[in-house]
Design a protein around this ligand. Structure first.
Ligand code: ZN
Length: 90
């Protein structure tokens, strides 16, 4: 299993076997977050989803969770427009 330098814990850790999410965000996480930090987030995100009653089919809710995830995983440099709450409705 490959080892990566984790941006969250600052250590060298095991790389995730698979991208945890689709798209470039999944690549970013796989390249920069170790498996044990991802496991921590995986547990925490369930609590966040329950606490805020997030429905991830709703883009705003999904963006909110991604925002929390970036904070938690120390992945803040990517400006992906998560601050925008506008919905493209067409
Ligand atoms: Zn880590």
């Amino acid at each position: 299993m490959a080892t990566i330098s984790c941006k969250r814990c600052g250590k060298d850790g095991e790389q995730l076997d698979q991208k945890p999410l689709g798209g470039s965000l999944g690549d970013e996480i796989r390249d920069s977050i170790c498996a044990s930090c991802w496991a921590e987030w995986d547990e925490l995100q369930l609590k966040i989803i329950n606490e805020y009653r997030l429905n991830l089919a709703i883009p705003q809710h999904y963006d909110m969770l991604v925002d929390e995830m970036r904070n938690f995983l120390n992945l803040k440099e990517g400006a992906t427009g998560t601050q925008s709450l506008e919905l493209e409705d067409d």
